[in-house]
Design a protein around this ligand. Structure first.
Ligand SMILES: CC(C)(COP(=O)(O)OP(=O)(O)OC[C@H]1O[C@@H](n2cnc3c(N)ncnc32)[C@H](O)[C@@H]1OP(=O)(O)O)[C@@H](O)C(=O)NCCC(=O)NCCS
Length: 174
């Protein structure tokens, strides 16, 4: 009874969504496209000077297969009872040729997105933890990503996990 009362007043905390995190497969293509469509629309709405409307899926099956099968890339997916709830695209960055750079192995999170209807249910956090684990298994020294400055929610998400800003990319129309 008391527990129910406490739960009723705790409107901020949604229960974790049951998911399984696994490597993506070509069979996930439709679910992946639904996720890519959400993040593409978000970027387009905020930065129409950079991102444009397109017909059909922006990433072809061949493109997705290259990520899935490439020696330096992968896609992790969060599978829920009603399909994919999230995905992350991972790339192992080529080593720097600059001799002044400390030798590092960097895994880049190229895209990470959770379906809008499943957000704030710890899907993103678990996907991100799986990305870090994937990187550790490949002896990475760092995990890096780029977040657009407008995307304050994503920035807060990464900071809550332990990421911190490094460089600041500047842009000017000419
Ligand atoms: C960013 C994103 C992946 C987060 O996924 P999520 O499953 O909703 O995040 P989680 O539930 O795992 O949140 C973990 C923590 O991150 C922080 N966080 C997540 N979303 C947040 C938001 N909208 N505002 C502030 N903090 C947020 C919170 O600290 C949260 O913990 P809490 O819920 O216990 O407070 C999701 O909002 C998303 O897909 N956004 C659109 C795509 C995008 O911007 N991707 C990143 C591109 S760089």
């Amino acid at each position: 009874m008391l527990a129910e009362q406490i739960e009723d007043t705790d409107t901020a905390a949604l229960p974790s969504l049951p998911i399984t995190i696994r490597a993506g497969s070509p069979r996930d293509y439709d679910g992946m496209n639904a996720l890519f469509a959400e993040i593409d629309a978000l970027h387009r709405a905020a930065r129409p000077d950079i991102f444009q409307e397109f017909d059909g899926p922006a990433r072809s099956p061949a493109h997705v297969e290259r990520i899935l099968c490439g020696p330096a890339s992968n896609m992790l997916v969060a599978a829920s009872a009603d399909g994919l709830a999230g995905l992350a695209v991972l790339l192992i960055r080529p080593p720097s040729e600059f001799t002044g750079a400390v030798p590092r192995v960097v895994v880049e999170i190229d895209t990470l997105v959770v379906l809008e209807r499943h957000r704030r249910r710890r899907v993103g956090r678990r996907l991100l933890a799986a990305c870090v684990e994937w990187a550790r298994q490949r002896r990475a020294t760092h995990v890096e990503l780029v977040a657009h400055s407008f995307n304050t929610e994503a920035i807060r998400f990464y900071e809550a996990f332990g990421f911190s800003p490094s460089t600041q990319r500047m842009i000017m129309s000419v």
